[in-house]
Design a protein around this ligand. Structure first.
Ligand SMILES: C[S@@+](CC[C@H](N)C(=O)[O-])C[C@H]1O[C@@H](n2cnc3c(N)ncnc32)[C@H](O)[C@@H]1O
Length: 248
């Protein structure tokens, strides 16, 4: 059975959102002293291509590649960035990635880990780990891997033993068994419908980065308000910049 979730790919074939530009500004600031204009940059799960457009412009880099499991997404990036190489591949299918292994100076993976979902929460976590390891394999020895990921942690002693991200995963699994549409609750971004997502805490993503054989050089979590839900859950936008091992 393929590891790539067909329902997630179908969702991104039909919906493609443009996210805020602030996330990339911070990344560009960290990368500028480390990356020259000849660098090869790849965006794994490129979405609209906005991150690739902004980061390559900020770093003065021309050699850019967009990878995504959604063919519609890849077609949109192709029209937006005609000089970019584009490939419709899944980061969970290593045989599709072999020809790209070890060829990039910078690998960007933004808001993708929580979309690598399996039939259970533990299975999803294994896929996220595998996806990150596969993404890291695209970098040259000593290359840079940037992971941007929304992170969630229960707030307060009474809820700490609970797993709100797990509850959301199972709720979405149940709702998406009856509809493939988005089901917004209290506004568009609070959604219990498609796609199923498996969110992680800062500690969990940090540990995935290290388990992928990467050495972190920068970590940062910017707190984001969830409004009424702030009382029970803490949300942050996390940035991890890490290096792959150099060959001895
Ligand atoms: C939330 S969007 C993020 C898009 C972009 N990185 C950004 O931050 O704006 C998640 C993206 O991951 C892609 N994706 C989901 N599963 C994938 C997989 N197995 N391999 C590659 N891309 C995948 C989706 O098609 C979608 O474009």
């Amino acid at each position: 059975m393929p590891a790539t979730d067909a329902a997630t790919v179908d969702y991104f074939d039909r919906h493609c959102h443009e996210y805020g530009r602030n996330r990339i500004r911070g990344v560009a600031k960290v990368l500028r002293p480390l990356v020259g204009p000849q660098a090869r940059l790849v965006d794994v799960g490129a979405g609209t291509g906005s991150n690739l457009a902004r980061l390559s412009k900020a770093l003065g880099v021309r050699d850019i590649t967009a990878l995504d499991a959604s063919s519609e997404t890849i077609a949109r990036v192709g029209s937006r960035l005609p000089h970019a190489r584009t490939e419709c591949v899944s980061i969970l299918e290593p045989q599709q990635l072999r020809h790209l292994a070890g060829t990039f100076d910078v690998v960007l993976m933004a808001a993708v880990l929580h979309h690598l979902v399996g039939s259970t929460r533990a299975g999803s976590q294994r896929l996220a780990q595998e996806g990150l390891r596969n993404a890291a394999s695209l970098a040259k020895p000593g290359g840079i891997v940037v992971v941007l990921e929304p992170v969630f942690s229960p707030r307060g002693a009474w809820i700490r033993g609970l797993d709100p991200s797990g509850a959301l995963f199972w709720l979405k699994r149940a709702v998406t068994s009856v509809t493939s549409e988005r089901v917004p609750v209290l506004g568009y971004w609070n959604n219990i419908g498609a796609p199923v997502v498996s969110f992680y805490s800062h500690a969990q993503v940090s540990s995935m980065v290290v388990s992928a054989g990467l050495t972190p050089v920068h970590r940062d979590v910017r707190r984001q308000s969830l409004g009424w839900a702030d009382a029970v859950i803490e949300r942050g936008d996390a940035t991890y910049v890490a290096r792959t091992r150099k060959v001895a």
